[in-house]
Design a protein around this ligand. Structure first.
Ligand code: ADP
Ligand code: MG
Length: 465
């Protein structure tokens, strides 16, 4: 057995088995499962089920209970048929409610049942859906009846008309037959045949109009709150149906409706209107047009709602995008601020670096100057020590020498044996001419002059730098 569906409560007991509500485990959609046990069934009954399944598979119409699939559960010797669930129950329940409160069924609703059931029967009797109404064109020609595709329901009654979201649907095709099969309906019928046409009841050849008789009886019951033919015994009922005399309907209902119902309950099937005749009668055409317009309106309203919802969705998305945009802009500004801050920092760092480099260079120059000064001081000291030592040496040599120059000046005049020149004091290198006595008189300090000049030159060099 398929585990696809979760079994829910039993909603009815049919003539062949149980009708149960089930729920699809994945989609959570609800549907109906007709569980038919075949162990107590004879061959004839089994063939009937097979025929119902064959019929159901082909019937796809808004006003016919939708068949989904069937499965054979051999362990339970049963067949499970999965069908559309009609939450509004059946028409019999509806009529009972009015009867219990002794109120009349609104005429508008009866017209709805008539038009919607004619739509369903058109699909069954002519093998196609009825065309849309064109009020300005004459009715199309009668569709060709292909006996292979004609389905006669044969059991139209309030219990087999279901309601789902204000839409009426014909169901329970258990006793429906293809036109080509034999007439054995009256013998197999279970229950009281209140709605059965005289030809079917008499086991005479019958045509799709037998369903029109039954539909007339259902409409009659809706107006009167009791079926048109009632009797204590089966035979009495049979004779009443054969005569076809029905009590007048309440005058509160329109003459139009009453006369259509009366026409449907015509004993002679040849004089009885076909589904095609009824569906193309003026009053029903107008009603169908109205229903079509209502449907358009409903679709339009639905589309409008969908558009409104889409618009709302778009609005929300737009708002979301705008908030994203604002956030991006905020971040952009933040980034720009950060960037300018970085640039400022970079500039101040460069300035700091430059000032540090400047300071470093100044300090370096000062240190260099100091080092040079120290070096020159050392030189100065050295030369003053050397001068002193030379003076001392010269004085001592003068003392020990009996002749010759007595003074360093005399010694300087002697070009050939000048001790200062020998000592590389450059006394003459500075002057191309012989040293004059006046100049020579000051030669002792020339070392110091040389030192001063060098020092001054160095100081000038640094100042320039
Ligand atoms: P039968 O006519 O053979 O007795 P039905 O198929 O009409 O059996 O089902 C019996 C009951 O189960 C109906 O009267 C109805 O209350 C309920 N039922 C059947 N099919 C559906 C359906 N598709 N949706 C809702 N209820 C249903
Ligand atoms: Mg039924």
């Amino acid at each position: 057995m398929s585990n696809e569906y979760e079994p829910l409560e039993i909603i009815g007991k049919g003539s062949y088995g149980t009708v149960r509500k089930v729920q699809h485990r994945q989609t959570r959609s609800i549907c109906v499962r007709k569980e038919i046990e075949y162990k107590q069934m004879n061959n004839h009954e089994r063939n009937q089920i097979i025929s119902e399944l064959r019929i159901l598979k082909e019937l796809k119409n808004k006003h016919i209970v939708r068949y989904f699939k069937h499965e054979h559960v051999s362990s339970q010797k049963s067949i499970h048929i999965y069908m559309e669930y009609c939450s509004g129950g059946d028409l019999a329940k509806y009529i009972r409610q009015y009867k219990s409160t002794s109120t009349q069924v609104p005429e508008e609703f009866i017209w709805q049942v008539l038009v919607q059931m004619l739509n369903a029967l058109y699909r069954c009797h002519y093998g196609c859906d009825v065309d849309k109404v064109n009020l300005f064109k004459s009715s199309p020609t009668t569709p060709q009846i292909n006996s292979d595709s004609v389905i006669i329901h044969r059991d139209i009654k309030p219990d087999n008309i279901f309601i789902e979201n204000d839409v009426l649907k014909l169901g329970d095709f258990g006793l429906a037959k293809m036109l080509t099969t034999q007439n054995d309906f009256a013998k197999t019928y279970v229950g009281t045949p209140y709605y059965m046409s005289p030809e079917v009841l008499m086991d005479e050849p019958y045509s799709p109009v037998c369903d029109i008789w039954s539909l007339g009886c259902v409409l009659y019951e809706m107006c009167q709150l009791s079926p048109p033919f009632q009797a204590k015994t089966h035979l009495q009922l049979q004779s009443k149906i054969k005569r076809g005399v029905i009590p007048n309907l309440p005058e509160s209902y329109s003459l139009q409706l009453r006369s259509i119902i009366k026409e449907c309950i015509t004993v002679d099937p040849k004089s009885r209107p076909s589904c095609y005749d009824l569906i193309n009668s003026l009053s029903i055409k107008f009603l169908r047009k109205e229903m079509e317009l209502n449907e358009y309106n409903r679709n339009l309203t639905q589309l409008k709602m969908e558009l409104i919802n889409k618009h709302e969705e778009l609005k929300k998305k737009e708002q979301f995008l705008a908030s994203l945009d604002a956030e991006v802009k905020q971040r952009e500004t933040y980034c720009q601020v950060q960037e300018s801050k970085f640039k400022e920092k970079e500039i101040s760092l460069t300035k700091l670096e430059n000032s540090m480099i400047g300071e470093f260079n100044l300090k370096k120059q000062a240190l260099d100057l100091e080092a040079k000064e120290v070096r020159l001081n050392y030189q100065k000291e050295f030369w003053s020590v050397v001068e002193k030592a030379v003076d001392k040496e010269v004085a001592e040599r003068m003392k020990s020498r009996p002749r010759g120059p007595q003074h360093l000046n005399d010694l300087a005049a002697d070009n050939g044996s000048n001790i200062l020149r020998t000592k590389n004091l450059n006394l003459y290198a500075e002057s191309p001419t012989p040293i004059s006595p006046q100049f020579n008189a000051g030669h002792k300090f020339r070392v110091t002059d040389e030192y001063e000049r060098t020092r001054n030159a160095e100081v000038r060099k640094y100042r320039v730098n």
